[in-house]
Design a protein. Structure first.
Length: 511
């Protein structure tokens, strides 16, 4: 046995000894190929079809999967194996496989091992469709036992009591979590279905899916702190993108009128139940559209995703009913803050007066925050918790929306909206600014404001983006959606880490 640095437990040592005995007996525990003919579901379906036809030939199958349970009964062994589609019972009898082979299975095969078994499908006396095994072999010996899970029958239903329930361990060892908790596998099947539905919706409306750089010489498209890396060959600092926006809008300049991207963004920010530094975003940009057009598309797209994934737009999230079918509630931001927070934004034209109004209402105030960030805080603390049903909050302050067009006749307000479902912010959209001169001025103003505030969450001036705009950018509407949060909603999961296969976690010394 090869020397390693891993400190094997007594149980692992026992399994290593079994592995060596298998090899000594001429059985390779990790063969290069499997010869599966049916999944568990396909084998059972084929057998049940044949059962219903008189004179049908027996259903022969070679199945493969992980051993999840065994029952030893003298000359018989009952075992369940699990594959990606479910479980099927194996029936091993000495008369069929031989005494030596049955003894080998009993002694050297463990829960968690991957096996292949060939034989004929039949129904046991208890009525379970099973495989009467004629031959079997090891496909992969599991050295480390999986966390044990106990199944219990309650009121005629199988209830699983899983040993692996600690969230920290589940996130760090997602492979084990997936192996022992089938409901977790279903969450990630739902996630894949969500992404398929979003793509289908946009593809059906003549959008072109594209890919833009993840490593960027200048970050932009959002107010967030970036991750910084370095290109050794080019001797150049680069940033992991915080948004796709500025690159996607360059494509509008080039004549691609409807574009979208689904991919990873990276923001060097805190972690909570709806935030992770690495997350999946959908952004689309549509020429000759404004934020009213995008509002309608937002309602339609989210309802479409729910219908495709769940078969309904009437869902429950954490025990609360949510109706995703259009039309959604729409609320003007100023009116919403006046109604729900009792603060008149028109009477608070600077940060000092707004901070004083917030304090008078008993709201928490960051004394260093500019006016735009104070408004953001009111939205998050007062308005957002009331948005259980889908709500579009529109017309945002210009000073926190440097890429959006002004509301006509109101230089302090832009055509921007955010939408909320089940009290979560789900996405953000604009009537996009396409005047290069005004865009340059916005970049400069924002840079000065944030530099004075010593805040790193600002939009740096992007000269190449301005150059693209100077060639002429069509009027357009833009949209961004957090795919992880939409998955949380449709999979009924309260934490973003539950819908990310490998969320980033703090280092642990014993990993």
């Amino acid at each position: 046995m090869a020397d390693t640095e891993h400190n094997y437990s007594p149980l692992e040592q026992t399994r290593l000894e079994k592995l060596e005995r298998l090899r000594a007996a001429g059985h390779e525990p990790y063969p290069p190929r499997a010869t599966r003919t049916h999944t568990s579901r396909a084998a059972i379906a084929a057998f049940e079809t044949a059962e219903g036809k008189q004179g049908s030939d027996p259903v022969r199958a070679t199945l493969a999967g992980r051993i999840r349970s065994t029952r030893l009964m003298g000359k018989l062994v009952f075992a369940h194996i699990e594959d990606g589609e479910g479980r099927v019972q194996l029936f091993l009898r000495s008369n069929d496989v031989g005494d030596d082979a049955l003894d080998l299975f009993k002694k050297e095969f463990d829960l968690g091992d991957f096996v292949e078994a060939s034989g004929e499908m039949f129904r046991t006396k208890t009525g379970e469709a099973s495989l009467k095994v004629e031959s079997f072999r090891m496909l992969a010996k599991a050295i480390t036992p999986l966390p044990a899970a106990k199944d219990e029958e309650i009121d005629g239903e199988i209830v699983r009591h899983a040993a692996l329930t600690d969230p920290e361990t589940r996130y760090r060892q997602r492979y084990a979590d997936l192996a022992v908790n089938p409901q977790v596998r279903e969450v990630f099947k739902t996630r894949a279905a969500v992404v398929r539905a979003l793509r289908q919706f946009l593809d059906d409306r003549d959008f072109l899916e594209v890919e833009t750089p993840i490593l960027q010489p200048l970050y932009g498209g959002a107010a967030a702190r970036p991750f910084v890396t370095h290109h050794n060959q080019l001797h150049q600092d680069l940033y992991l993108r915080i948004s796709f926006e500025l690159y996607l809008k360059r494509l509008l300049v080039g004549g691609l009128e409807r574009v979208y991207e689904i991919g990873r963004d990276f923001r060097n920010e805190g972690v909570d139940r709806t935030h992770n530094p690495e997350f999946t975003q959908l952004e689309f940009y549509m020429a000759y559209a404004d934020y009213h057009d995008v509002m309608a598309m937002t309602e339609q797209m989210v309802a479409h995703a729910a219908q495709q994934v769940l078969g309904t737009t009437s869902i429950a999230f954490q025990g609360q009913a949510v109706e995703l079918a259009p039309p959604w509630r729409r609320m003007d931001l100023k009116e919403g803050i006046q109604e729900l927070a009792g603060i008149d934004l028109d009477a608070c034209q600077d940060a000092a007066s707004l901070a004083a109004a917030m304090k008078a209402k008993g709201l928490a105030v960051d004394p260093k925050a500019p006016r735009g960030k104070l408004i953001d805080a009111i939205i998050g603390d007062v308005l957002q918790p009331t948005f259980q049903q889908p709500t579009i909050l529109f017309n945002y302050p210009r000073d926190i929306s440097p890429l959006a067009k002004n509301v006509p006749g109101d230089p302090a307000t832009v055509e921007r909206f955010e939408f909320f479902i089940a009290t979560m912010e789900m996405g953000n959209a604009f009537t996009e600014l396409n005047d290069p001169l005004e865009q340059e001025q916005r970049f400069l103003e924002m840079g000065r404001a944030y530099d004075a505030d010593k805040d790193e969450d600002f939009q740096p001036l992007d000269e190449d983006y301005l150059r693209a705009m100077r060639y002429g950018m069509p009027p357009n509407g833009g949209f961004g959606l957090g795919v992880d949060r939409l998955t949380m909603l449709l999979a009924d999961q309260p934490n973003i880490r539950e819908v990310m296969l490998f969320p980033h976690l703090r280092s642990r010394e014993d990993e």
